[in-house]
Design a protein around this ligand. Structure first.
Ligand code: CAA
Length: 510
């Protein structure tokens, strides 16, 4: 199949990005958007993206003009008669998408490919709205489309194999990596990404941590390119909610049931960057993708002169080594007096924690509860600061000052199993293992989806291999015991990896 002329229906965030990708690949693009204001916004976003590429030296001025000239706006589907491929990027509502496909049946050549960029709806159900379901295929791009390499190619039992091949070859010719996935809710990437984002919203709405700390935990603690709340703002809260609703219907359980705050913000029109605000505010000039400023606290009190260090795992047996040796080394290197004897009077008691948390017991045992904070060295350079229910405001401020003096980035969270980095990370790794255990995707597919689609430096199965399945079992077990939520229970395949000493990414690798 020779694909030279394409149609893009819907010029929202994704539609504009996809139109840009096609035009950059030299294809003639008819961009259909019935709503004049939406068309205007889409074309503005598109030209801003091209201008940005030019200003960064990625695109020559004449090239930019050539790309822009390939994009032809049109008010109706009637303009798509000559298209070799049409992709619909209209809102995630099945009746709307089926209506679009029915209209395309009237307009397009019988051999034209009809692609849907649905993020979660059944491609089979969408295809059933077409008189020619064999030519319907899922072609799922990731936001920002010009940057993210992954295209999930979703086939149904009805899809003509020649159509699948044509779409995969087209994606490759546009510089993308096509990955074939089955028609299951959320495909691979969204089925893993969205429950993780949803959990982050729950952590924010329950006051477990601030939005900034949640995002820092993901970037500095896990190494992801964006924090989950900033990413929700980029994807769009309404889009994310629609995907979660589908996942919830398909899979059920707390990982997928949309957090109430997500629905409230969507209802309030705070749908993210595109509306000027979501979890964060975006002045008009800053609506393009990128980081958000998180405002560091300005005035720090002086760090404590003397510190008592207590190892929580030594007293409470909470499993994972708490890294009190590392912490002791850092404190001593900063020239701060350190004792491990709880009866010595000191300015601050630091309970060295593992990712399972549990500062209150050791603090009470030392009879210094008001003076005590928990600290977990979550990753090189990042500390989790954990007040207990009895920690005084003075001790919390002293803990913050101490960690700043040690040169550590700090996130603060409630003393709950998983703390903050672990609460985000381990259930996410669990979801990936469950997907593999279901036989839906291989470890390599899971990792490719998340690295190419979501910019992860390493995929979840690789991350699991690095942290160790036994550690994941430990933290998930503590979360399951603490919250009673089966969504945190270590799945049998994970326990098997841990017991058998097997690598989640394959034999011989660790
Ligand atoms: N258009 C074109 N290029 C863009 C762009 C855009 N809208 N946004 C960023 N870029 C380019 C920049 O020009 C830059 O390119 P060079 O390195 O070649 O100069 C590069 O991307 C990096 O941009 P920045 O330096 O400005 O910003 P960054 O390093 O912070 O990266 C990011 C920004 C690429 C968005 C990165 O934070 C990231 O990968 N985030 C994760 C995004 C993600 O997870 N997307 C998937 C969401 S899920 C989805 O979309 C599916 C769904 O159905 C909901």
């Amino acid at each position: 199949m020779d694909i030279r002329e394409v149609g893009v229906i819907g010029l929202g965030t994704m539609g504009a990005g996809i139109a840009e990708v096609f035009a950059r690949g030299g294809l003639v693009v008819t961009a259909v958007e019935a709503d004049a204001a939406a068309l205007d916004r889409g074309l503005t976003a598109l030209s801003a993206s091209l201008a940005r590429a030019e200003s960064r030296g990625k695109l020559a001025a004449d090239e930019r003009a050539r790309i822009a000239a390939l994009i032809r706006p049109a008010p109706s589907i009637g303009s798509l008669a000559g298209a070799d491929l049409v992709i619909e990027v209209v809102p995630e509502r099945l009746p709307v998408k089926r209506q679009v496909l029915a209209e395309l049946d009237q307009v397009c050549r019988p051999d034209a490919v009809i692609a849907t960029n649905t993020s979660s709806l059944s491609v089979t159900a969408i295809a059933a709205g077409s008189a020619h379901p064999g030519r319907v295929v899922g072609m799922h791009f990731f936001n920002p489309a010009p940057v993210m390499a992954l295209v999930e190619v979703v086939t149904t039992v009805l899809t003509d194999p020649a159509v699948t091949t044509a779409v995969s070859e087209l994606a490759a010719s546009l510089g993308k990596t096509p990955v074939a996935v089955g028609d299951r809710a959320g495909f691979v990437a969204n089925a893993l990404l969205l429950p993780y984002l949803n959990h982050a919203v729950r952590l924010a709405e329950t006051g477990h941590a601030t939005r900034e700390d949640i995002d820092t935990a993901a970037t500095a603690g896990i190494g992801l390119p964006m924090g989950p709340l900033a990413l929700l703002d980029l994807i769009g809260l309404d889009t994310s909610l629609a995907i979660l609703d589908v996942l919830d219907r398909e899979f059920g359980g707390t990982r997928y049931t949309p957090a109430p705050l997500l629905r409230r913000l969507t209802d309030a029109g705070r749908t993210g960057r595109k509306s000027g605000g979501g979890f964060y505010d975006y002045p008009a000039a800053a609506r393009g993708p990128g980081g958000t400023s998180t405002g560091e606290n300005a005035d720090q009190p002086a760090p404590p002169g003397t510190v008592t260090l207590i190892d929580a795992t030594a007293t409470a047996g909470s499993g994972d080594p708490a890294g009190s040796g590392d912490l002791a080394g850092l404190i001593a290197a900063a020239g701060i007096n350190l004792t491990r004897n709880p009866v010595h009077p000191t300015d601050l008691v630091v309970i060295a924690l593992g990712p399972a948390g549990g500062a209150l017991g050791p603090a009470l045992a030392a009879d210094r509860a008001a003076d005590a904070v928990g600290v977990h060295l979550a990753s090189p350079g990042l500390a989790e600061l954990v007040p207990t229910a009895l920690t005084s405001a003075r001790a919390l401020a002293a803990g913050r000052a101490l960690l700043a003096r040690l040169g550590l980035k700090v996130v603060c969270c409630a003393d709950r199993p998983g703390l903050l980095v672990g609460a985000l990370l381990y259930p996410h790794l669990r979801d990936a293992v469950v997907m593999v255990a279901d036989g839906y995707a291989r470890p390599a597919d899971v990792d490719a989806a998340m690295t190419l689609g979501c910019g992860y430096p390493r995929g979840p199965m690789r991350m699991l291999a690095e942290v160790g399945p036994d550690r994941a079992v430990g933290v998930l077990g503590a979360m399951h015991a603490g919250y009673g939520d089966p969504a945190f229970a270590p799945p049998p395949l994970l326990t098997e990896y841990a017991m058998a000493g097997l690598s989640p990414v394959g034999r011989g690798e660790r």
